[in-house]
Ligand binder design. Sequence first.
Ligand code: 13P
Length: 279
Amino acid sequence: MGYEKTGDIIREAYKNNYGVPSFNICNYETIKFAVDAAEIAGKPVIVQLYPGFRDYISFEITVEITRRLAEKAKVPVGLHLDHCHDIETLKYAMRSGFLSVMYDGSKLPFEENIKTTLEASEAAKEFGADLEAELGNIGSAADISGYTDSSKFTDPDDALKFLDETGINSLAVAVGNAHGDYAATPNLDLARIEKISGLLKIPLVLHGGSGIPDEQLQKSVRLGIAKINVATDFFRAFQLAASEYINDKSKKEDIFACMKASKAKTMEFLAGKINLFNY
Ligand code: 13P
């Protein structure tokens, strides 16, 4: 228990048909709340960093905080690098201690995505890291056509070819999901998830985990989704909790008191997600 490889956490989840949330983090508090929520739930959790956030919190500091907090935890805690679009940054993250990384070549033509993902996969193997890649187009949830037009979804046969040629460890799929706040309630293509999982037999990753109805999320984990990315709703839950303190004029203007007051509510949200996917 404690600090574990994200690849091992999601392989275990995939084998046993449950899901583990991967919460995007941006500072000490977001990591600490996620680890403490996992402790309360008594179940594994993953935290992940967008490479674009490293001007604010470096790769090295993210690794160090997560490792130190995870080592004391009684549940598995993993760390992952989210959406990395270039191999040099990917290697830098692995050198800094990330043992699970995502290379996202999904905007490239299929053959080009295979070529660059293979390069990322070979680099990951050198570091003993696990690689997540993406096939299909997971767009913005503000654009309805981005997650309702099935021509943008992951094609199961292409996914099998992609796996065979790249040797990735997990695949982010486009199955009616998108990033951010959905303009209208999404409808996951559950049959497609089942088909891809049956062909590839590796853990599948669902991006855009905020705003998808609970029932669909629970069905998706039974069909092969082992990692569910959640950013928008987590950041919102934290911000709302902090705002409640800040807007309460009876409270002192004290950032430490504000963080402490925000923690319980934010952790309620996080533990709820952990329990929802791992049931
Ligand atoms: P949301 O912001 O929609 O939860 O998506 C997060 C995500 O998929 C990060 O990769």
